[in-house]
Write a protein of this length. Structure first.
Length: 396
């Protein structure tokens, strides 16, 4: 009953996180597109205008340089999409990684941590990441867009490197996503919305709003726009151990950041009327191709090659029985596991051969399984599994 309850909590939180994320990212993309699509109409106090056609109707939008002459009777705010995305994501991470810290978050071969220590490091790192980023934006560096972008990139890559040396590989990627999401939502909560309130308060008091409020909010909104593609990648990365399970997973993540920035920049320039700047897409394609080949690098290939022809199916079955079958069985015996993950059962040689590709990807190449290496599989045992699979996964 308890396992079923937490399974439903997991499902509902994932669903909510996805729904709120779509709403937030959709509105973010739309308003950045709107800003980039504005064209001057030579009206005093108006930055630009744009016409749109959608759903069979025409829409006309103007953006004021600072604020309209009078406060409108009804004003729509865009903030709860961001808040609920972060809250649902944080609760989902708490359910999966905080409650399941021993299984999904802590990896003894990376760092020996207690549950409380791991959760503490997680919470402090999210807060510190935002503080460092915010100080960078408010410093003199924040006035130079290119320098600030480089500093932000270094901050994220540094966080990725630190997380991979603190938590399990899968948890490290999720924490990078959580850090980016925290920065994005904190931008909304601490800068964008308060600055918009300052503008509204000035108008209600009959004062001319200070343009600095809008400039600061626009800067953080633009940052959120460029961070969107990397955070989406981090959200789905836990399904692809070829990335987070690589010995230099933080480097792959750094490459993904570059790809995301390049693709986003292409669309931003296009919408600003600079034409189709395909060089940015070509650069993104080249970086992604480089990541593909880099991911093929395997430091343990020689160890497996040395075992070629020496590993029998009996050797492999003994390893799998000791390290994997507690979860990957018709009736799992591992606490909290009620059915074989993804339907992968490894109780017989035939089943091991059927799922050989998954074993090779998850347990040999990426070392993502067992989670947190809870069954303490050794490098020598992983090498034997890989040698058997690369030798054709023979049953006799």
């Amino acid at each position: 009953m308890g396992d079923l309850f937490w399974e439903w909590i997991n499902l509902v939180l994932r669903w909510m996180h996805l729904i709120f994320g779509i709403a937030w990212i959709g509105s973010s993309f739309f308003f950045v597109w709107l800003d980039n699509s504005l064209r001057s109409n030579n009206k005093e106090g108006v930055l630009g205008e744009t016409w749109m056609l959608h759903g069979g109707g025409f829409y006309f939008t103007e953006k004021y340089s600072v604020a309209p002459p009078h406060m409108p009777a009804e004003l729509h705010w865009f903030k709860y999409e961001s808040y609920f995305t972060w809250l649902s994501g944080f609760f989902l991470m708490a359910v999966l990684y905080y409650l399941g810290a021993d299984l999904y978050m802590i990896d003894e071969k990376v760092m020996h941590l207690g549950r409380a220590e791991a959760i503490g490091f997680s919470l402090v790192s999210l807060a510190m990441g935002w503080i460092v980023y915010d100080l960078l934006c408010r410093s003199p560096l924040g006035k130079n867009t290119a320098v600030l972008a480089i500093c932000g990139f270094v901050l994220l890559v540094g966080a990725a490197y630190g997380y991979t040396h603190l938590f399990s590989a899968r948890a490290a990627y999720v924490h990078v996503g959580a850090l980016i999401g925290t920065i994005m939502t904190a931008n909304v909560f601490f800068v964008i919305i308060p600055n918009q309130r300052f503008t509204v308060d000035d108008m209600l008091a009959g004062r001319t709003p200070d343009p600095i409020w809008g400039k600061q909010a626009k800067q953080r909104s633009l940052h959120n726009n460029y961070l969107t593609l990397p955070v989406l990648f981090a959200m789905i990365s836990n399904h692809y151990p070829v990335t987070y399970g690589h010995p230099y997973g933080w480097g792959i993540l750094a490459g993904v950041f570059i790809v995301g920035f390049l693709v986003r920049h292409f669309f931003n320039l296009k919408n600003q009327g600079h034409g189709m700047q395909f060089r940015y897409l070509v650069a993104a394609f080249l970086v992604m191709t480089g990541l593909f080949f880099f991911s093929q690098w395997d430091p343990h290939k020689a160890a497996r090659a040395a075992l070629a022809g020496e590993v029998t199916v009996e050797d492999v079955q003994a390893i799998v029985a000791a390290r994997c079958v507690a979860c990957h069985a018709g009736k799992p015996t591992f606490d909290g596991i009620t059915e074989a993950p993804k339907g992968v059962m490894l109780e017989t040689p035939q089943q091991m051969r059927r799922f050989a590709a998954s074993i090779n990807q998850q347990a040999v190449r990426a070392e993502a399984m067992p989670p947190g290496n809870v069954t303490e599989i050794t490098p020598e045992e992983r090498a034997k599994l890989g040698a058997w699979i690369e030798g054709g996964a023979k049953l006799n």
